[in-house]
Design a binder for this molecule. Structure first.
Ligand SMILES: [Zn+2]
Length: 218
């Protein structure tokens, strides 16, 4: 993928995130892997609605050097994902409502729905609290993401991963719906999760069979 294609993809993803109600204002950030060292990432503090493709920052995820505007404050978290998860090509960090509610209760989301288990994994962990934009938040979030496509971040929000942009969106939507379901089911006598073995199996089947990779690392 070229830098320009990645910048356009990130800009469009930002608009889509606002339209889907998964973020508001300047909160949250999006990135796409370009190749084995670069990513395109939303700049720090910009409004998604007025962002142009050329406003999207190009950053080296190994050494943190960048071209263009100052990258998003959670750039180190995006970088850590691309360094350690070679299958991941798109990352979204959101403060979506229901994910934030569960993250503030610091609860792990059990596999309450089939699609949650398939797309994210057998549970959605909540990373231990750490101040935003710190090395500690990268460490706690990466730990919570192990073997998962999403994680909650205590008292903050969530992070979703995708093997392409479509998948990261599906992940954000499924996480938000799963968190809403979990919250409401807790009120209706307590959420009952799918057996963890079956949930893990569903996730593996989804990863292997029901996926199309549209973004190639070139
Ligand atoms: Zn945040």
């Amino acid at each position: 993928m070229t830098r320009e294609e990645a910048q356009l993809m990130v800009r469009d993803a930002g608009l889509r995130l606002v339209k889907a109600g998964l973020t508001a204002g300047t909160w949250g950030n999006i990135s796409v892997r370009i190749d084995d060292k670069l990513m395109a990432i939303t700049p720090s503090g910009g409004e998604y609605v007025s962002m142009r493709p050329e406003d999207i920052t190009i950053m080296n995820y190994h050494d943190g050097s960048y071209e263009g505007k100052k990258p998003s404050s959670e750039k180190s978290l995006h970088a850590a994902v691309y360094v350690s998860r070679r299958d991941i090509h798109a990352v979204v960090h959101t403060h979506s409502t229901n994910a934030s509610v569960v993250a503030s209760a610091r609860r792990e989301v059990p596999p309450v729905l089939d699609d949650l288990a398939q797309i994210i994994g057998p549970t959605v962990r909540c990373a231990d609290y750490a101040l935003p934009s710190t090395k500690k938040i990268v460490k706690t979030t990466m730990k919570a993401l192990k073997g998962r496509m999403a994680a909650l971040m205590a008292n903050h929000g969530a992070i979703c991963l995708g093997r392409d942009v479509e998948e990261v969106f599906t992940c954000c939507e499924v996480l938000e719906k799963g968190c809403k379901t979990f919250i409401e089911a807790e009120f209706w006598g307590g959420a009952k999760g799918i057996n963890k073995f079956e949930a893990a199996l569903m996730h593996q089947i989804y990863l292997k069979k029901y996926s199309k990779i549209r973004i190639n690392s070139k």
